[in-house]
Design a protein around this ligand. Sequence first.
Ligand code: HPA
Length: 272
Amino acid sequence: MLQSEQIKEAAAYIAARTTVQPEVGLIMGSGLGILGDYITDAVTIDYADIPHFPLSTVEGHAGELMIGKLASRPVVLMRGRFHMYEGYGPELTAFPVRVMKAIGVNKLLVTNAAGGINTSYEPGDLMLISDHINLTGRNPLIGPNLEEWGPRFPDMSEGYSRRMRQLAAETAEAQGFSLSEGVYVGVLGPSYETPAEIRMMRTMGADAVGMSTVAEVIAARHCGIEVLGISCISNMASGILDQPLSHEEVMETTERVKSRFLGLVNAVVPLL
Ligand code: HPA
């Protein structure tokens, strides 16, 4: 079955289960799916029940879609996302983004945990993604182009909306903290980077590194969705500190900054 048919079936399944027409899509990184607790009038649908939807396998990620209102804005939240290191092809990591588009979403907020490459960052900082470098060597748009979704060669000169970054920066200031802005480099994982790779990425102009987001954002831009991306700097990247990296540290930092992160998201979503 063509992916366009699968998207339509998944979208029809979801649309039949809610009267809310979501405008903003939310993809939350590790440990941040708890945003769902703030969603009112929520309908929750297991990924397993949605036709053609992949299933998430990594610790710290659930696997359900929530549709409802966040601060009165109609939203759809992905609790748990798909990473290429789980074995999914890039087209599958992009699938939920296209399903979101098919149910009416035209704005997307993506968040993630990332390793800080920029040495002025500290674990716990929040970084607005100004641009990305795709080092995964994969692209969700490889294959026949779905013309009804977007052009063969989509523009990526403003992958991350300037307008939305401004809104997020102002919102953070109003809440008493500032957001740094930087370039996110997306890698495949699942092994963390080597110190030599991190030095290379810094030379390239990257400020933070992570294993998600780039495929989702490429798929979103292809179909004309405006994107805001925010990284939680969960650890300093490999080789910066004299200590090994661990998923536990990533989860601990996310837990520590969760309330500030969720406060920002709650305040910014109605403005997008
Ligand atoms: N590298 C890659 N992905 C990550 C990191 C990291 O240091 N921290 C959180 N996600």
